[in-house]
Design a protein around this ligand. Structure first.
Ligand SMILES: *Cc1c(COP(=O)(O)O)cnc(C)c1O
Length: 477
């Protein structure tokens, strides 16, 4: 299996070459040259594999179609080590929970940080450790977070050989629970840096360091953001696992509703569907930051300014542009790299938008690719959290509530609708209290974490200071 860039660069790469990279050199995103096709017989075998050997074995079957530069026995060991009941709380890893006729939740949030990002990041941690050891290299991951991504990265990389994580976050702006989750990690290779500023200041520091190519090379600076292909690939597995749990035979179809921000999660659903998974619809649910809903309704993709990006009660979906969306548009346009480069390069830079409304490809978007969309607001979230609690006794988080709201509007008789649960309510306690007048339940392992000792250094938004820290730590370890 070879990988290409969505912007048409003729170069082809193998999986382990792109594993530690971000964007392709031409600014595009990596995708496989073609999607392996899963026959009815193979899907039937995978059904048996999942039921008899479990999620890790299913993950191995799917990943091995895309990864041919890690020996099979090693890849299997990596999957087995990643997807355990110990790390993900249940033997099924992604159990379904029935809500009502035709509506299910697929639980993706029982990993170490209680959000779906663990599903991919835990695998990435083990892949990174494996590949760095094989090359005899080290990597310094530098990131900026306002919550979920940073903690998922830290819990995936803690204690891993060859990897250090330098994670900046806006000082005093994350919830007490999120701060406790990250700052209580005592692992020597995890560095929490609270920056006196806002999230954009953190991101600017990361960009400034990455733009210093000499520094970047010398100190082996890398990232783990959501455009990483390995993260996306890991997510493909739970679409298959959800389908297998919701159906008895391959003649049945299901639909998925996905709370979306950067389009990483639902893009994995698109890949699963392209492989032949019998998916009827992929329903994209956004919050007030409705860049994606606007596109699927109108064909216009319009990037928002920071000032027009709303701070909402489903904050992990507060995006101004959807960084993985280019992957889908590349497929939509018949994999035309030159056109994709023009839309996401020239046109977005010039006008901040592009318009596919008159394009035949867009007109067939729903029918050919199954995509439809919907939007949810703060008031919808409160109502949905309340309704799901009162009618079903199930407490859902704010992001999942956006999904359930949009799923209910798009359910079809006879087609099970699976809503991906992307976080647990404890992470967004304030809104739960607003909706239900009570605190969410807290999993036992998180009781009292706010009182644990914290390991964090406070820093001005100063690029020289963070470079000095990285340089010093690389010398002492
Ligand atoms: C990251 C995140 C999302 C959005 O996922 P994308 O892959 O960016 O679309 C939704 N919900 C939660 C809880 C998240 O952490």
């Amino acid at each position: 299996m070879k990988y290409l860039s969505t912007r048409g660069n003729p170069e082809r790469k193998r999986f382990c070459e792109i594993l530690l990279e971000g964007l392709a050199p031409d600014g595009g995103l990596y995708l496989p040259e073609s999607y392996p096709q899963v026959s009815d017989a193979t899907l039937g075998q995978w059904r048996t594999v999942y039921h008899t050997q479990g999620y890790a074995a299913l993950a191995f079957e799917i990943l091995s179609l895309y990864i041919d530069d890690i020996p099979a026995a090693d890849l299997r060991a990596i999957c087995d080590k990643t997807y355990t009941a110990e790390v993900f709380g249940t033997g099924e890893i992604v159990p379904l929970r029935h809500l009502e006729d035709g509506l299910w939740l697929e639980a993706l949030s029982n990993g170490p940080t209680l959000a779906f990002k663990d599903m991919a990041m835990q695998l990435l941690g083990n892949l990174f450790e494996y590949e760095l050891a094989r090359r005899g290299e080290e990597l310094n991951i530098l990131g900026a977070t306002s919550g979920d991504t940073g903690s998922a990265a830290e819990y995936a990389m803690r204690g891993k050989k060859g990897v250090r994580v330098f994670m900046t976050s806006p000082h005093g702006r994350m919830s007490a629970f999120q701060q406790a989750q990250m700052f209580s990690l005592m692992d020597a290779n995890i560095y929490n840096i609270a920056v006196k500023g806002v999230f954009d200041d953190c991101q600017d520091m990361v960009k400034a360091v990455s733009n210093d190519l000499e520094f970047k090379r010398q100190y082996r600076i890398g990232t783990v953001n959501s455009i990483n292909w390995a993260r996306l690939l890991a997510q493909v597995v739970y679409y298959f696992a959800g389908y297998i749990q919701a159906t008895e035979t391959n003649s049945q179809k299901v639909s998925f509703t996905v709370p979306s921000g950067n389009f990483g999660n639902v893009c994995a659903g698109h890949v699963a569907r392209m492989m032949g998974l019998p998916v009827d619809q992929l329903v994209v649910a956004t919050n007030e930051n409705d860049v994606l809903d606007e596109f699927f309704r109108t064909g216009v993709y319009r990037v928002r300014l920071s000032a027009d990006t709303h701070e909402t009660s489903s904050p992990s979906m507060d995006i101004s542009k959807a960084s993985n969306f280019e992957r889908f548009v590349f497929d939509l346009l018949g994999r035309d790299g030159a056109r994709t480069a023009d839309l996401f390069g020239a046109q977005l830079a010039k006008a901040g938008r592009f318009d596919l409304s008159g394009d035949a490809a867009f007109v067939h978007c729903a029918e050919r690719y199954g995509f439809i969309s919907g939007k949810s607001t703060h008031a919808d979230r409160l109502a949905t959290i309340r309704d799901t609690w009162t009618r079903h006794g199930v407490m859902i988080d704010t992001h999942t509530a956006d999904g359930v709201k949009v799923a209910l509007e798009n359910r079809k008789p006879g087609v099970p609708m699976l809503v991906l649960e992307t976080a647990l309510p404890i992470k967004f306690a304030e809104t739960i209290v607003e909706a239900l007048g009570r605190e969410p339940d807290r999993p036992a392992k998180f009781v009292g974490i706010e009182a644990l000792p914290k390991r964090v250094q406070v820093m001005d938004a100063d690029v020289a200071a963070i470079k000095a820290l990285i340089a010093a730590e690389c010398q002492t370890l």
